[in-house]
Write a protein that binds this ligand. Structure first.
Ligand code: GBH
Length: 456
């Protein structure tokens, strides 16, 4: 048995737009994902989050599922447009009440709420006024953080400011795959900056409003590994790691933005000058406001091969991408999670780390026996839990693990074509069926550990 530390926080994660539905109910304002999903060509199956898992009214059933799994904590996000339909100013009491009831019921079920403030559903009015590249959006975010932490702070003490600023800025403003769908490098960098500054300012507000607050941010970290020992592949890896991981980690831990990445951007003509003119005095101090934990979302690694020299001139590959990939085409490589965690601990000393998301897409359908035998997800989960246990053995202060996700749900630009849930959702009837992975997870939580033969 691989035993986990006592008090290890076992949970699952979801996000508001992906599961709630009821987008026009109880005074919720429009979000950028409502608008984006309604734009032709943006969502693979032309769907949107207007119904999703109907969690907005089926939440008691979903809490029951979590209680059955024995979970200690539930990471969910709050829909900003339910709280402040105009982005700032007028508070929508019905929206606040929804989350207040959810929190009370979770606590009643012995499940600790772990709240994410921003998981991508920006009020559309704020996008119309410039979105994340505009500093005013950051100020509105801090106002929202203030409103909701005053309402829930007597019962919720763990808070995540932003979920994955890389995705928000790069996918939303850089390559346009996500809402609001812009393709502009300087907008992207400005958006990332507003996100990080608003994170730092929200940390202060949350601390002021919440007793025993534990506040952090969640980054999606994808470790890069060079395909060969060649200097070219090393450079491709540095470049990838710089834009993906270090761009957020370095300023968060007080080192400012990485100079090598800025120079790359200029050389590649993505930005005109290395002077990032969106940075104002004091911003870097704000971003580096001390946090209580680091949230890490881990899905896969990236193996980097240089495109600056022809393949035949590069050193032979020594690192291969494994053929077992998920439905997202992401490689399954648990060992790189261990390497990532050990690296974070050594390099940044972030304090406690939570895996705030880890999971995989496989579309296993229910069998004749009525169960969902998601063999590959069971394998993925076992492998990554073993990887967590390896990291703990190497001194990483890992405090919890949240499986992504409780339910199959709206997978952003992929619509409902990808299924990440531990629990199957039949979208026609909204029936939920715990998959084999949910049964495994239930055992793991009950034993606070993983059977060694399960880890194989
Ligand atoms: C998360 O983002 C989101 O927080 C969540 O809402 C979403 O449902 C979930 O993941 C599943 O997609 O091609 O090997 O380089 C995931 C962020 C960023 C993870 C890009 C994978 C590419 C891996 N993703 N990354 S690779």
């Amino acid at each position: 048995m691989r035993q986990f530390p006592p008090d290890f926080l076992w949970g699952v994660a979801t996000s508001a737009y992906q599961i709630e539905g009821a987008t026009r109910v109880d005074g919720r304002g429009e979000s950028i994902w409502d608008r984006f999903s309604a734009t032709p060509g943006k969502i693979q199956d032309k769907s949107d989050g207007s119904v999703a898992c109907e969690h907005y009214r089926r939440w008691p059933e979903d809490i029951e599922l979590m209680r059955w799994m024995g979970l200690k904590s539930y990471r969910f996000s709050i829909a900003w447009p339910r709280i402040l339909p105009e982005g700032r100013g007028r508070v929508n009491a019905a929206g606040v009440d929804f989350y207040s009831r959810l929190v009370d019921s979770l606590l009643g079920a012995g499940i600790e709420p772990f709240v994410t403030l921003y998981h991508w559903d920006l009020p559309q009015v704020l996008e119309d006024q410039g979105g994340w590249p505009a500093r005013a959006t950051g100020d509105a975010f801090v106002e929202y953080a203030d409103v909701i932490s005053r309402a829930l702070g007597d019962r919720v003490n763990r808070w995540i400011t932003h979920n994955e600023p890389w995705c928000i800025s790069y996918l939303g403003y850089g390559n346009g795959e996500h809402a609001p769908g812009h393709k502009d490098w300087s907008k992207m960098l400005a958006a990332a900056h507003t996100l990080m500054v608003s994170h730092g300012n929200a940390v202060k507000v949350l601390r002021a409003n919440v007793k025993n607050a534990e506040v952090g941010i969640t980054l999606n970290l994808t470790p890069g590994e060079p395909a060969s020992p060649s200097p070219e592949d090393a450079d491709a890896t540095r470049d990838f790691d710089g834009g993906f991981n270090r761009w957020f980690l370095e300023p968060l831990y007080g080192r400012g933005y990485p100079q090598d990445v800025i120079e790359d951007h200029v050389k590649a003509g993505r930005i005109a000058s290395p002077n990032l003119d969106f940075i104002q005095p004091g911003d870097l101090e704000t971003i580096a406001a001390p946090t209580d934990f680091l949230g890490v979302n881990f899905y896969s690694r990236a193996v980097l091969r240089s495109n600056r020299i022809p393949e035949e001139q590069n050193a032979p590959r020594t690192v291969f991408v494994r053929p077992d990939k998920t439905d997202m085409d992401w490689e399954v490589c648990p060992a790189s999670l261990t390497r990532l965690l050990v690296h974070l601990e050594k390099e940044y000393k972030p304090g406690p780390i939570y895996i705030t998301e880890n999971g995989c897409a496989y579309s296993t359908t229910p069998s004749a026996d009525g169960r969902v035998h998601d063999v590959q997800r069971v394998e993925y989960l076992r492998g990554h839990l073993a990887a967590c246990s390896d990291a703990i053995a190497q001194g990483v202060k890992l405090a919890g693990y949240f499986a992504w996700s409780l339910l199959d749900n709206f997978e952003w630009a992929y619509g409902y074509t990808k299924r990440f849930g531990l629990v199957w959702v039949d979208y026609a009837t909204q029936q939920r069926i715990p998959k084999d992975s949910a049964h495994l997870y239930r055992d793991v939580v009950a034993q606070n550990g993983l059977d060694v033969e399960q880890a194989a």
